[in-house]
Ligand binder design. Structure first.
Ligand SMILES: Nc1ncnc2c1ncn2[C@@H]1O[C@H](COP(=O)(O)OP(=O)(O)OP(=O)(O)O)[C@@H](O)[C@H]1O
Ligand SMILES: Cc1ncc(C[n+]2csc(CCOP(=O)(O)O)c2C)c(N)n1
Ligand SMILES: [Mg+2]
Length: 290
């Protein structure tokens, strides 16, 4: 067994509760009578998701935002978060960033756990939300004939990462402090046939909707809103950390939020994903441990 995909595939054999959505969605969804709880957990690791020596205030921001982004993708309103923290040098900065991000989104801290350990630090966060629309949007409802849409721009986090790596002084906010599209997710939830957030790269995440829905997603590269120039297209579509919402709508339905139409859903073909009519080359996005 190697890497994230193989491990999650093995975990699927342990899953029997429908709330887990087959471990093929951004969140678990627990139906409770007329309401549904929406739950997610994402981790950040030093040197993998954030630079070694990054300002802990930025780490706290990103940790909360990437989890709220998964709630946004299901149209859920956050109820609170639980934090898994490894103690370190500048925990006062972590606390300051945590205060900022929780304040920004108006989300309460409900609990967590604190440990000390050696080596690289990792942080975990569980976010709990309440569904604003049921059925809660999934990755599996895209149908042939639907249009494919995305909010915002793709590639801004990649540029921010490069600015920090190369010390150019260019803006790195999109990488350090991503925004969760909660308002957009809530407005879209009643309309979409499928929705997810883009964390691992537009191409890989599009292929996940295709797989979950049993269709082919056909993207038009010229339509994709890029934060960078067209020469960087190959990388921008694969780098990830975008945290925009990727969704499908029936043909003719206009999204109630700012978004760009980037392609069309086709009947399942020989490949789940087409870019300008061809199967994209190389790795599609970010996969841990491969
Ligand atoms: N260690 C794990 N234990 C249980 N379920 C897991 C584990 N790792 C991943 N999953 C599940 O696998 C599915 C896919 O996870 P993935 O991390 O790709 O989704 P995501 O959280 O939307 O993406 P990202 O982590 O890139 O933000 C989800 O249902 C997730 O809950
Ligand atoms: C220092 C540093 N190097 C590389 C990257 C790129 N990166 C790492 S994980 C990931 C996808 C989201 O992770 P997950 O799938 O765990 O949610 C991306 C785009 C980064 N963010 N920081
Ligand atoms: Mg997600």
């Amino acid at each position: 067994m190697k890497g994230e995909a193989a491990f999650v595939a093995a975990l699927r054999h342990l899953v029997y509760d429908p709330a887990a959505r087959g471990l093929a969605d951004d969140c678990a969804v627990i139906e409770l009578g007329n309401e549904a709880l929406v739950l997610t957990h994402d981790m950040l690791v030093e040197g993998v998701h954030v630079f070694d020596g990054a300002d802990p205030a930025d780490i706290a921001w990103k940790l909360v935002a990437v989890n709220l982004s998964d709630l946004a993708a299901k149209g859920a309103r956050p109820l609170g978060v639980l934090l898994g923290h490894m103690l370190g040098d500048r925990d006062d900065r972590f606390l300051a960033g945590l205060h900022d991000v929780l304040n920004h989104y108006g989300v309460p801290l409900l609990g967590g756990d604190t440990v000390a350990g050696e080596g690289r630090r990792a942080w975990g966060l569980t976010a709990v939300g309440r569904a604003t629309h049921r059925p809660v949007p999934s990755r599996s409802g895209a149908r042939a004939g639907d249009a494919i849409w995305v909010t915002g721009e793709i590639g801004a986090a990649m540029l921010g990462f490069e600015a920090l790596r190369d010390k150019t002084g260019a803006d790195s906010t999109a990488y350090r402090r991503p925004m969760a599209r909660l308002a957009e997710g809530e407005a879209l939830a009643p309309l979409v046939t499928a929705m997810m957030d883009v964390s691992d790269g537009l191409l890989l995440d599009s292929s996940r909707i295709a797989e979950a829905s049993g269709v082919t997603l056909s993207l038009d590269s010229k339509a994709i809103p890029l934060a960078t120039h067209i020469g960087r297209l190959h990388y921008a579509l694969r780098w990830g950390d975008d945290y925009e919402l990727l969704f499908t709508l029936p043909e003719g339905v206009k999204p109630p939020v700012k978004a760009t139409r980037i392609g069309k859903v086709l009947e399942a073909g020989s490949t789940g994903l087409l870019l300008d009519g061809n199967e994209p080359e190389g790795e599609l996005g970010w996969m841990h441990g491969t």
